[in-house]
Design a protein around this ligand. Structure first.
Ligand code: PRX
Length: 663
């Protein structure tokens, strides 16, 4: 039985069901009527959702799908995302409401920022960027820790119509350089460093390296680096490029008039891993993206902006942070918590201390965090009053039923419903999720498509499967926050997402899924060479390229092996070069450490393999394709599966011998 079908079989034994809490149902933002309305008039439903935003000019047409797969939403409409996230709340009399309760990693290092203060700082940052020559359509890279200035810089860009690309602060200088080059960013916003696990860690040195690399290819591209002082550590300074945030932004005017942008004006590019080594620049535009993130944030979490305190415990450097720390919550006038550090600094109860202190009512995080807390033990959250929590969310990877039930019981006091939200960088916002006032929760199932979203599970031919059957997840109709293309690569956009079911015109998500007996959806993970480590997407090929770039490595194959805490873990199989072997380095611990650190340097710490196994051969088919499935069996200590399609079926014996010696 394949791994997928084993999962299917075990999941179908899950019998626990949770009804929505009655008090929540009584005042729910969304009811069954919303599903019915959306089913009767999908475009009319999204039109109403868009009306929740403030537009300069109203659209003439909700959707233009005349040239698929290139969608245009709210055609002819104009709006400014930054105005919608900031100014309009101040104008509506909510200037004193806290927008962000920011919590630094060092204890007592906190800031509360009201909407009025946010408006001033975003305006100042927009004026400062504008003084640096940043205008409509220019690209700005943001490489930052989790500090308020990260969100402020994004909103400042949106205000000007500049397109931001946020690069996760844990990525390497190489990753930053390649993204800056790919999108042509002229300004980089960064900080001296941030706090991580109790100590300051530098960011500016990586920017300096990246700027030098970029200059080799495009000497005139980067014209300024805007640097926030966060840790106070010493940094190298280049007077031609570097500008302190506190000088440029701090000294700027707090008056700035946002310009109305076309609904289809690009808002940001977010790079994500694909099945090849080269990251894809996912392009999101303004009107549709803001409509769907704001509406889903309000509906999925039953958000009451006047009373809720909302916390997405994720990094702004990922799509979850873009949509559900910055754009969705701020567009709704939410009071949010933003936390800089790791969950165990300075102690393992840090999250629960924060929930208690701020009275967090809605918490949104990844299953990997929940599994880590399970491992640490229920007695840690039990020391805190978590009774304020009323809705919980999960994102980034399948949540296993045990983690779901633990989350609900131990963190949610046995009453807070768990919203298992399935979506992607590409989809921009929630696509498949329960709704807290409507859906009966089933541990492990993301349940049903969001109102106005059309998803199906199909077989290889694109025919919908029946209840109780598995297949591939597709989205059958365009949706407002869908990616518009891949930055600078329309062909790759068509090929990656729209070619698999070209006849039907379906978007292929890359995930396997199952419909249970009731027709509810269970997401089963990726069906391609993309891994999911702690809810972060990694490309096997990208890590393989990093390994092969090491002088001692001849060939590499990477697989994601099941891991109790991180969902999947990176396991690498490498063949060493003759020269390395001649030096007597065979699989020494030092060499393995060196290879792990090499991947960290090339891509970032999150890509560092858990295991590196030195092997004499890799299993290949006659056409030369690496059979990762077999390597996965080895990495997961399973009986190795069918080897009949291998060019040389004895290879697996050699690998098994090799893997037991070096890891
Ligand atoms: O495999 C699915 C998994 O994460 C992938 C998208 O990754 P990324 O673009 O980095 O976005 C993560 C945050 C939205 C999907 O193709 N995934 C995401 N959410 C879930 C999930 N798998 C199962 N259940 C989920 N709730």
């Amino acid at each position: 039985m394949s791994e997928k079908s084993e999962t299917l079989a075990s999941l179908s034994h899950e019998e626990r069901r949770y009804a929505p809490p009655e008090d929540l149902v009584a005042q729910a933002n969304v009811t069954q009527a919303t599903y019915d309305e959306a089913a009767a008039d999908r475009l009319g439903f999204w039109e109403k959702a868009a009306e929740r935003l403030e537009w300069g000019q109203r659209w003439d047409r909700v959707l233009d799908w005349d040239d698929p797969p290139f969608a245009k939403w709210f055609v002819g409409g104009t709006l400014n995302a930054s105005y919608n996230c900031v100014d309009r709340h101040v104008e509506a009399g909510h200037g004193d409401r806290v927008a962000i309760h920011w919590v630094g990693e060092p204890e007592d290092d906190t800031r509360d920022i009201t909407y009025a203060q946010l408006k001033d700082e975003v305006s100042q940052a927009a004026n400062a960027l504008s003084d640096m020559g940043v205008g409509k359509g220019d690209l700005v890279a943001i490489y930052m820790p989790m500090i308020p200035e990260t969100a402020i810089a994004m909103l400042a860009c949106a205000r000007l119509g500049a397109i931001h690309t946020v690069v996760f602060g844990g990525f390497s200088s190489d990753a930053l350089a390649s993204r800056v080059l790919d999108c042509g960013a002229k300004v980089i916003v960064t900080s001296d460093g941030g706090y991580r696990r109790g100590a300051p860690s530098g960011l500016k040195p990586a920017v300096d390296e990246a700027v030098a690399k970029v200059a080799q290819e495009k000497p005139d591209l980067v014209t300024n680096v805007l640097v926030v002082r966060r840790t106070g550590q010493d940094v190298e300074w280049n007077d031609d490029l570097d500008v302190w945030w506190h000088d440029a932004v701090g000294g700027a005017s707090t008056e700035h008039t946002p310009e109305q942008m076309d609904a289809e004006h690009p808002l940001f590019v977010m790079y994500t891993s694909g099945t090849t080594g080269k990251p894809k620049g996912i392009l999101h535009t303004t009107g549709g993206y803001l409509t769907q993130t704001a509406y889903t944030h309000w509906a999925t979490f039953d958000l009451k902006p006047e009373t809720d305190v909302y916390w997405t415990a994720a990094d702004i450097g990922w799509i979850t942070g873009h949509s559900y720390i910055v754009y969705g919550p701020l567009a709704n006038g939410t009071t949010s918590v933003m936390y800089e550090g790791t969950p165990d600094t300075p102690h393992k109860g840090r999250w629960w201390e924060i929930v208690e202190k701020y009275g967090v009512t809605i918490l949104y995080c990844a299953p990997t965090a929940i599994r880590t807390f399970m491992k640490w033990g229920a007695e840690i959250p039990a020391e805190h009053d978590l009774s304020s929590l009323r809705v919980l969310g999960s994102v980034g990877e399948p949540i296993n039923p045990e983690a779901y039930v633990w989350y609900r019981d131990t963190i949610g006091g046995g009453t807070a419903p768990v919203m298992d939200t399935w979506w992607q960088t590409e989809t921009g916002g929630h696509m498949i999720t329960p709704l807290p006032g409507v859906t009966h929760g089933k541990p492990g199932s993301a349940m049903t498509p969001f109102p106005g979203i059309s998803a199906e599970v199909v077989d290889d031919e694109g025919t919908p499967v029946g209840n109780g059957e598995g297949g591939l997840l597709v989205i059958t109709e365009p949706w407002p926050a869908m990616l518009r293309t891949l930055w600078g690569d329309d062909e790759r956009f068509k090929e990656t997402y729209w070619s698999r079911f070209a006849d039907q015109g379906y978007y292929f998500a890359g995930d396997g899924a199952k419909k249970d007996e009731d027709g509810d959806l269970w997401l089963l993970g990726r069906v391609d060479d993309v891994m999911n480590v702690s809810g972060h997407r990694m490309s096997t090929t990208e890590i393989e390229s990093a390994l092969v770039s090491h002088p001692k490595v001849a060939e590499a194959a990477v697989v994601g092996a099941a891991d109790e805490t991180t969902g999947q873990a990176v396991c690498a199989f490498v063949i060493l070069r003759e020269s390395a072997l001649a030096g007597g380095e065979e699989a020494s611990d030092d060499l393995i450490q060196e290879l792990r650190m090499h991947v960290q340097k090339e891509i970032g710490a999150i890509a560092k393999p858990r295991q590196v196994m030195v092997v004499p051969e890799l299993p290949k088919t006659r056409s030369g394709k690496i059979m990762r499935r077999l390597l996965k069996d080895v990495a997961e200590n399973r009986e190795v599966g069918d080897v009949t399609t291998l060019a040389d079926s004895t290879v697996m014996d050699l690998i098994k011998e090799g893997s037991s010696s070096g890891s």
